[in-house]
Ligand binder design. Structure first.
Ligand code: CAA
Length: 248
């Protein structure tokens, strides 16, 4: 049987790399889609996942451009085959308090983190519904659930991402396509390491598990949601945050 094909945006990033690896371990072919301009990081990434070199490949994609997503995702599909799993893990931060935030810092974050999800889903969801199977996982954030000082842009995008998840989940539920969010807490990624050390230590002190999360602890949940037999979970948000934010 042909292996299912997954596309992971932000695929060479901190969480993206582990998500690609985990999906390949579960028997999927995986395309890591990320900015082509990160050429040094692309070769590092390919080394890091060399164990799965038959199943993981890289394709350049800028999720912030609707036109590029439309044309590149069509070209990627023509080259590799139909995509049945989409993980939206592309994300950036431009942290600063609202009174200092430029329009650019606002729009950069909204365009990549939220518009990017629309752009990829818009390009790929018809193929999934036509074939009667699909798995979409959007990587949101605990900071979309709680808000975070210095992140009006990021928190808005990440909360918006889950609203999008719930709405699209309803639209495609009858067609075998599930749409879910995963909301990581603070993990060992470059994004989190960019937070000033004193602030970061204060945050870790408030994580009941007492440490940062590991990217593979997020990837494990993504992989679970992408499984064939996870078809009754849709429109859900799965928090993976070491107890930093608990609700019901
Ligand atoms: N809570 C309360 N008050 C704070 C504060 C905080 N966390 N941080 C700063 N302040 C106060 C300052 O003491 C200062 O007070 P005064 O005006 O009385 O002096 C005021 O707020 C303004 O402070 P700054 O001028 O320093 O604010 P700033 O615009 O430079 O921004 C910041 C500060 C860089 C945003 C800093 O607060 C910060 O790094 N916060 C953490 C951001 C964060 O957690 N980002 C997560 C990135 S990782 C990620 O996003 C992944 C994921 O999904 C989890």
């Amino acid at each position: 049987m042909n292996k299912q094909l997954a596309l992971v945006t932000g695929g060479i990033g901190g969480l993206g790399t582990e998500i690609c690896r985990q999906l390949a371990k579960s028997g999927k072919r995986v395309i890591a889609a990320d900015l082509g301009s990160r050429s040094d990081r692309v070769s590092e990434f390919l080394d890091e996942v060399s164990e799965f070199s038959d199943d993981i490949s890289f394709e350049p994609l800028d999720v912030s451009s609707f036109e590029e997503c439309t044309t590149s995702l069509k070209a990627i599909t023509d080259k590799h085959g139909p995509i049945s799993i989409l993980v939206n893990a592309a994300g950036i931060t431009r942290d600063t308090s609202l009174r200092k935030m430029s329009e650019r810092q606002w729009s950069d974050v909204i365009t990549v983190n939220l518009d990017g999800v629309f752009n990829t889903c818009r390009a790929l969801v018809d193929g999934m519904t036509e074939r009667g199977f699909g798995r979409i996982v959007n990587i949101s954030s605990v900071n979309g659930q709680t808000g975070q000082f210095g992140q009006t842009n990021y928190s808005a995008a990440k909360a918006g991402m889950h609203g999008f998840t719930m709405a699209l989940a309803r639209e495609v539920a009858r067609k075998g396509v599930t749409v879910n969010s995963v909301s990581p807490g603070y993990c060992e990624t470059a994004l989190v390491m960019a937070v000033p050390q004193a602030v970061r230590e204060q945050i870790v002190a408030n994580i009941p598990v007492g440490r940062l999360g590991k990217p593979k602890e997020i990837a494990r949940v993504v992989d679970f949601l992408c499984a064939d037999d996870s078809g009754f979970i849709t429109g859900a948000n799965i928090p993976v945050n070491g107890g930093y934010f608990m609700d019901f």
